[in-house]
Unconditional design. Structure first.
Length: 416
């Protein structure tokens, strides 16, 4: 013990058993110091995080969020202050509006940005840069199907066909959006391309279509053999009513003895356009009426100024919906024609569209509608007077091989 104290008091240490000092011991001492400093820094960082999280939490625990408006304001303030990237205020607002309407879980209600609403208006006038195909969305499965490819259109030139299912437009999925929104990805500037992922006969193919300015007629007509006037309405747009009246006048002037009105694959459109066409055909009376959630009723009527006294056949199928069902239902209830084909879609509700001062708009389901006899056909559809399934012929479509159209002509011939 004395030796040890004695040795420690020397300026040069002496170790028993002749053990020499090593570099490893120096490294241990240095590592201890470095570790202590790093631990101290880590403690500071942890404290800073705790303080930061405490202040973030305090933002919510001390803010009065008793109303939706206050909560939304606090939520935006939180994201704006702490989100890693810059927040686009306009995109944030549009997302909130889209989400609010989407929360209704109604496939027919929609919020539109100013740009989306402008494009929607263009589609109703049927003048836009697109591919020249008529699309319809199944609200149950989400699938978007081509119901018509117009002659000489970009769609026809690219090889698209009726009954093709469009799964993607570029990277946008048909399952994620309403039809109104999805078609905006298909439309675009003339001369630009859109890549469509198409499902045809259980095969998936890629089709590139070059967009072009298209003027899509919603009413097409011709005189068929035996003086059967044929009118096809693909949708009810802003000009459909007046174009339908002009088609009828021309066919009657040519000597039409009967009318075949084709509403197959007509997904609807504007109620006023359907009523305008019905007003030309039917005698005075109610052609459709609607009621809102409060029971407030609105009647849509035909006046006594004009009616058509000719045998009429209406062709319908499972894609005949909305405004076209209004048309078919009124013809049926007035016993003014015969419905031939298959059961209609069953969309017996109306949407109201309101545009705001900044150009944005909402389309909202606001009313049930009823046929003149008081029937609401929502989710039930309209059964035809004569049920006849469509038999798809081999090759391209032709009126000469359309079994439903052929049957309609034979039916009218037997009525005369």
């Amino acid at each position: 013990m004395d030796e040890i104290f004695h040795q420690e008091n020397h300026s040069v240490p002496v170790y028993s058993n002749d053990i020499r000092p090593s570099k490893k011991n120096h490294r241990f001492l240095g590592g201890f110091i470095v570790g202590f400093i790093l631990s101290l820094i880590l403690c500071v960082i942890v404290i800073a995080i705790i303080v930061s999280k405490t202040s973030m939490a305090k933002l919510f625990t001390t803010t009065d969020m008793s109303s939706t408006e206050e909560k939304l304001e606090s939520l935006y303030s939180f994201v704006d202050q702490y989100y890693l990237e810059d927040v686009d205020e306009d995109a944030w607002a549009d997302g909130a509006y889209h989400g609010a309407i989407k929360s209704l879980d109604d496939p027919y209600s929609e919020f539109y940005t100013a740009e989306e609403f402008e494009e929607l208006q263009q589609s109703l006038t049927a003048n836009y840069a697109g591919i020249g195909a008529l699309l319809q969305k199944d609200t149950t499965t989400g699938a978007v199907t081509i119901t018509r490819v117009y002659p000489n259109s970009p769609a026809e030139k690219a090889g698209l066909q009726k009954d093709d299912i469009i799964a993607y437009a570029d990277e946008y999925s048909c399952m994620d959006e309403s039809l109104d929104t999805f078609v905006q990805h298909i439309r675009g500037d003339a001369g630009t391309d859109v890549e469509l992922t198409v499902i045809r006969d259980l095969e998936t193919i890629k089709v590139t279509v070059t967009r072009d300015n298209v003027d899509i007629p919603t009413v097409e007509y011709e005189m068929l053999p035996d003086n059967n006037g044929y009118i096809m309405m693909s949708q009810f747009g802003t000009k459909t009513g007046q174009d339908f009246i002009a088609a009828c006048d021309d066919l009657i002037a040519q000597g039409a003895d009967s009318l075949i009105i084709d509403l197959r694959d007509n997904g609807g459109g504007l109620v006023d356009a359907s009523v305008e066409a019905l007003d030309y055909l039917l005698p005075e009376g109610i052609v459709v009426y609607s009621e809102d959630k409060y029971g407030t009723r609105q009647d849509y009527t035909s006046d006594a100024e004009h009616k058509v006294d000719l045998p009429i056949v209406i062709l319908v199928n499972g894609n005949t919906a909305s405004a076209s069902e209004i048309f078919a239902g009124a013809i049926r209830d007035y016993e003014y024609g015969t419905l031939i084909g298959t059961k209609t879609f069953g969309k017996g509700i109306m949407q109201s569209t309101v545009q705001f001062a900044d150009g944005t708009a909402i389309k909202l389901t606001t009313n049930y509608y009823y046929t003149p006899s008081g029937e609401c056909i929502h989710k039930t559809g309209i059964n035809p007077d004569i049920e006849l399934e469509y038999e798809r012929p081999e090759g391209e479509y032709s009126k000469e091989t359309d079994n439903q159209l052929i049957y309609a002509q034979e039916y009218l011939e037997n009525q005369n």
